[in-house]
Ligand binder design. Structure first.
Ligand code: OAD
Length: 246
């Protein structure tokens, strides 16, 4: 596998590295992506029936059954070489931020520390009735009750993920925007279609970062970044890591 020397040079010299990941990074771990033809979740399910506040209001049990099924899939998954390579990069870089759209927490499991989960987590729940209970973690598989309830008010609980039509968590979004002020910004395993996350690479480029995309296929970001490399993340990231390690 050969890489443009420009990328390796930039990575070796970079003080501040920011990486944005999407579902493609977890594909090798057996977690389905969203938009891949045949295997992607949105090829089999309709997002408007399962991943919107309106869908949840209409049929909370159906929505919860789908999230319970996804929790079961992810519970069996382990971090793959892509997740692990990013942990190694973090140890070496003076400043490293990993922004993920993934809700599987495989970056957490791998050991990444400076992580911004801009779309939430499958393992967190919050109160749908807004009783004021903060988000809590529940890693039980299967869930004890379906739909689960809020431990504070006993009302309906919701998955701690961002749905279509909802805002991203403010703290994470602000920190992600700040992390666009970096030397190198890599976008890995994402279709670059869902905003505002998809806009971060443009912001990083505007602020002068060297931008690169690592993805299985061409995306709308490919023509915008300084460098686009096509291949599986679990091969590309460890390979790059080996070449930039002193
Ligand atoms: P997508 O499913 O839209 O895109 C995954 C991308 O990863 C595609 O471009 C694939 O070609 C690529 N890919 C697949 N396997 C790969 C591999 N082994 N190595 C490298 N690339 C690979 O997933 P996301 O971009 O993460 O949002 O989707 C963004 C958001 O849309 C998700 O967070 C989710 C979804 O609707 C919410 O649920 C709010």
């Amino acid at each position: 596998m050969t890489f443009p020397p420009e990328l390796l040079r930039c990575l070796v010299a970079a003080q501040r590295v920011t990486v944005l990941t999407g579902a493609g990074v977890s594909a090798e771990s057996g977690v389905p992506t969203f938009r891949d033809a045949q295997t992607g979740l949105w090829a089999k399910f309709k997002p408007e029936e399962l991943a919107t506040p309106t869908a949840f209001r209409r049929e909370p049990r159906l929505v919860w059954e789908w999230y319970a099924w996804r929790r079961q899939l992810v519970a069996k998954a382990n971090p793959n070489p892509a997740h692990l390579a990013l942990v190694e990069w973090e140890k070496r870089a003076s400043s490293f931020t990993l922004i993920t759209q993934n809700v599987d927490d495989l970056h957490v499991q791998a050991g990444t520390e400076n992580l911004l989960r801009v779309h939430g987590s499958l393992w967190e729940l919050s109160c749908w009735q807004a009783c004021g209970a903060s988000t809590w973690r529940d890693e039980s598989v299967p869930l004890q009750t379906l739909p689960p309830s809020c431990p504070a008010c006993r009302g309906l609980a919701r998955p701690g993920v961002v749905w279509f039509g909802e805002s991203l968590p403010t703290r994470e979004l602000e920190a992600a925007a700040a992390a666009c002020d970096c030397d190198v910004f890599l976008t890995v395993g994402t279709s670059a279609l869902v905003y505002p996350a998809a806009g971060l690479v443009h912001e990083a480029k505007r602020r002068g970062a060297f931008t690169a995309e690592l993805n299985l296929e061409v995306t709308p970001a490919s023509a915008e970044v300084d460098l686009a490399i096509h291949g599986p993340a679990d091969e590309l990231l460890p390979n790059i890591s080996r070449r930039i390690t002193p």
